[in-house]
Design a protein around this ligand. Structure first.
Ligand code: ZN
Ligand code: FE
Ligand code: FE
Ligand code: ZN
Length: 271
């Protein structure tokens, strides 16, 4: 009997090269086979040209990353294994992402915003959680969503990660959040850029999927393409929360997810 996971993929998977994940590609592959997952995609935090922070792959480790994925493909020929990166969108560094795109046969680039424009702290870093307590939540959200819109319009990315990440610690601005979403939703719809349901939010203080149900409903109505991903930093997290994610996608009105091969997109019906 085939698993409902055969119709799904998990394209947001990290490796120890980013210094805060465990499980090498071979370990994730073994787990993917156990689960009967349709496609597995690696997307470690992108290298920068020089030392930038301590939670991404170093440029010197890029060959190790490519070799680890090659080895996984050789040892798990029955699995569909995709090669990607989770790339930070930072205004002014666009040409670096273009350069990275030429360094391997990538299947997809995920665009993420962790750093607010002009800031040197990441919105999901627990060491900086107190910034949300100082009454500037609305400013943080406004700045974050402007960066997401720019990331989408940059055209550098195949899809966008954890799109309402600043809710991670449970702090949200008061009132209707749709005003924050709308410019980015328009950008996704106009450019035809997909986004992910990221189940890591279920495992964080906010205790809900990224993005919130309101965003999902608006995205489905605007026909924005969808992926479902776990953001695994451990093989035990592969496909975590997928039952809830599929239900949320269906409730919002989605019928398909998208897959990538060499940065070309195809459609897959939801199970
Ligand atoms: Zn990470
Ligand atoms: Fe991320
Ligand atoms: Fe990630
Ligand atoms: Zn992520």
């Amino acid at each position: 009997m085939s698993s409902p996971l055969a119709a799904l993929s998990d394209y947001h998977v990290h490796t120890p090269l980013c210094h805060h994940a465990k499980g090498w590609p071979l370990d994730f592959c073994a787990r993917a086979v156990e689960l009967g997952l349709g496609e597995l995609g690696f997307a470690d935090h992108n290298p920068m040209p020089t030392q930038f922070d301590n939670w991404r792959m170093s440029i010197d480790d890029l060959p190790r990353y490519l070799e680890a994925v090659e080895m996984a493909r050789a040892q798990f020929p029955q699995l569909h294994i995709k090669l990607g990166l989770e790339c930070d969108y930072i205004a002014g560094h666009e040409s670096w992402i273009e350069k990275l795109a030429g360094m391997a046969e990538w299947d997809f680039f995920i665009g993420s915003v962790h750093y607010l424009p002009g800031a040197d702290w990441a919105v999901d870093d627990p060491q900086h959680m107190s910034r949300f307590l100082t009454g500037e939540i609305a400013d943080i959200w406004a700045s974050y969503w402007r960066a997401i819109e720019r990331a989408v319009r940059s055209g550098l990315f195949d899809f966008i990660a954890h799109i309402d990440l600043p809710k991670k610690f449970g702090f949200r601005p008061p009132g209707d959040l749709r005003a924050y979403y709308e410019p980015s939703l328009a950008a996704l719809a106009e450019t035809g850029t997909p986004f992910e349901i990221n189940t890591a939010g279920l495992r964080k203080k906010c205790a809900e999927l990224y993005p919130a149900a309101d965003f999902l409903a608006l995205a489905a109505a605007a026909k924005v393409p969808l992926l479902i991903n776990s953001d695994s930093h451990d093989p035990a997290e592969l496909c975590a929360g997928y039952t809830e994610a599929v239900a949320a996608a269906r409730t919002a009105g989605f019928t398909h997810t998208v897959r990538f091969a060499k940065r070309e997109r195809s459609l897959m019906a939801l199970p």
